[in-house]
Write a protein that binds this ligand. Structure first.
Ligand code: F6P
Length: 562
């Protein structure tokens, strides 16, 4: 049954007809307890969702909707390892990766809890060895630079988390992340590295992803040009993958491979060995705290009633904004410089999971699904696109995220940062009406004509929704809980929309076409018939290579003909 046929959806439609006339200003004025009624704490996080166009009745109806869409049953199925990724016939068990040791979970006759902890122990040994300088490069020098080569889920999670938790980073280790097949990425980094003190992590679930394989081959070739031999590779290249055969074929010693499993989706893999760069940076104890923070959110998600369940409420508020108010995008505004990569991380999590127009049953969905997610850190965004958020023609719900305690001691900054964060959500909600605008202009002594001419520009409609998520401090545990919060939010929204959130067929077509075009550009296949635009683009690229006296070699690298 589609969302639009569910009884609670119809009730919500009727309710929305009324809600569309509300202004949050009035809702706050009428209900002095609104902030406590629409906020909750879980796993060390505080969520205030009171600045939404909701009443207690809205929340009740939304929870009915979740119930009628099977959220409670499917939540059990997720944790129990049912094959809820139906198009790939896979279980979805990233939550098992953060379960404490000694809680057996049998999947296909194997206790995955002991397998998971065996890999965590392998990560512990390796990371401690690198950090304590017992693991040294081929010339006996300690490792100073770690380069993670991966893309999508094999890049965004560790990159975001290493930046977020940089306060806890090992002082000797510099972490680098190479993802883009654009050679400018790797080519800029390589001259900064000393091959004798660099460790490359080739991270790819499939170990077939073109970008990662090309970057890894180039890094390997560079390493060998730096006076090192094939035998030296073992001290400088490790792999994280589910594909042991491909890792071996690449030339990485299987002893230096950290495995994970097909029931870990790429965008849910930060908790697996894909988190190796993070474990290297912050150490295994802090990495375990990171897992524990996520586990605390799992426990909350599993056990709390829907009405007091943080991920469920965050998801349902999103559904209310998307499917009833028609908001097409959501902005993420972390007021923490170290969370700068968090919007990009959430883009993959939410948009690759729920950016779909077909339901899990194969039917075309008659309703909207995932909004476009975007954002940047505060206060930077305030001086760029917040104008649109306040006075633009589209209403864009915002998630504000802030830590109450900073990780620095510079006086004054943090109060200023938090003041801005809280002021933005207040301004979006309250707005400024014509009377207020007029009195303000009159108080400034503006003449009447100028006041009336300026007034329309000074009005803020307000009634623009936002959530605020507060962390006491950005720690491994609170970051773990924050990521798990959004993972479960994504899962719940997928269930309400009737989507399989765990496949990503939409990324395939472009990959296949790129392979064809690449063969044409490198001359290994005859020109094919494309559309006129694509033919012209290919011809222009080929012409410029010839004009520059360069050609694309078979390996796809640009090489000089001179
Ligand atoms: O192309 C999308 C994708 O499959 C993501 O889902 C995944 O995170 C990324 O590519 C990288 O895949 P892999 O880890 O197999 O290299």
């Amino acid at each position: 049954m589609h969302l639009t046929s569910v009884p609670a959806y119809r009730m919500l439609q009727t309710h929305h007809a009324e809600a569309s006339h509300w202004h949050m200003r009035d809702l706050f004025a009428r209900d002095p307890n609104r902030a406590s009624a629409f906020s909750l704490e879980a796993a060390g996080l505080y969520l205030d969702y009171s600045k939404n166009r909701i009443t207690r009745n809205t929340v009740e109806l939304l929870c009915d909707l979740a119930r009628e869409c099977g959220v409670e049953t499917q939540r059990g199925a997720l944790f129990n390892g049912a094959k809820i990724n139906t198009t790939e016939h896979r279980a979805v068990l990233h939550t098992a990766l953060r379960a404490p040791r000694g809680k057996p979970q049998i999947i296909k006759g194997t206790d995955i809890n002991s397998e998971i902890h065996a890999v965590l122990d392998q990560i512990a040994r390796f990371t401690e060895n690198v950090r304590s300088e017992q693991w040294r490069g081929c010339s006996g020098e300690s490792i100073t630079d770690v380069v993670n080569i991966g893309i999508g889920g094999s890049d965004l999670g560790p990159k975001m988390a290493c930046q977020a938790l940089r306060t806890y980073s090992h002082p000797r280790l510099k972490l680098h992340f190479i993802s883009n097949v654009d050679g400018h990425d790797l080519n800029t980094l390589l001259p900064q590295l000393d091959a004798r003190t660099t460790l490359f992590i080739v991270a790819s679930k499939t170990f077939t992803t073109v970008e990662t394989m090309m970057n890894a081959q180039s890094a390997r070739a560079w390493f060998l040009t730096q006076g090192n031999s094939e035998a030296d590779l073992a001290k400088h290249f490790v792999a994280v993958s589910t594909n042991a055969d491909a890792v071996k074929t690449f030339g990485i010693d299987p002893k230096n491979m950290f495995p994970f499993w097909d029931w870990v989706g790429g965008r849910y893999s930060i908790w697996s060995a894909i988190g190796l760069p993070l474990a290297l940076a912050i150490g295994i104890e802090k990495f375990r705290e990171f897992l524990a923070g996520a586990h605390a959110m799992d426990q909350h998600f599993c056990n709390a009633p829907l009405e007091q369940n943080m991920p469920v409420l965050l998801a349902l508020i999103g559904i209310w904004n998307r499917n009833f108010f028609g908001n097409t995008s959501i902005s993420i505004a972390p007021y923490h410089q170290y969370l700068q990569q968090f919007p990009a991380y959430l883009q993959q999590l939410e948009m690759e999971s729920n950016g779909k127009r077909v339901g899990a049953d194969g039917s075309i969905l008659p309703h909207a699904t995932c909004p476009i997610l975007w954002g940047d850190v505060g206060t930077n965004g305030q001086h760029a696109y917040f104008q649109l958020l306040h006075q633009g023609t589209d209403v864009v719900p915002v998630d504000f995220i802030a830590a109450l305690k900073p990780a620095h001691a510079l006086p004054g900054h943090h109060a200023m940062l938090l003041a801005n964060c809280f002021a933005q959500s207040e301004a979006l909600m309250l707005g400024k009406n014509a009377d207020e605008g007029r009195s303000e202009l009159q108080a400034q002594g503006k003449p009447k004509a100028e006041t009336e001419a300026l007034l329309p520009h000074k009005i803020f409609p307000g009634n623009r929704p936002s959530n605020t998520i507060l962390l006491n401090e950005l720690t491994p545990a609170s970051l773990g809980a924050l990521i798990a919060l959004y993972e479960h939010k994504t899962f719940v929204q997928g269930l309400v929309w009737g989507i399989n959130s765990f496949d990503q067929w939409g990324v395939e077509l472009g990959k296949v076409l790129a392979k064809n075009i690449h063969a044409e550009l490198t001359g290994t296949s005859a020109p094919q018939k494309h559309d006129g635009s694509t033919n012209t683009l290919i011809a222009r690229a080929k012409a410029i290579f010839m004009y520059c006296g360069t050609e694309l070699s078979d390996s796809g690298t640009l090489s000089s003909t001179d």
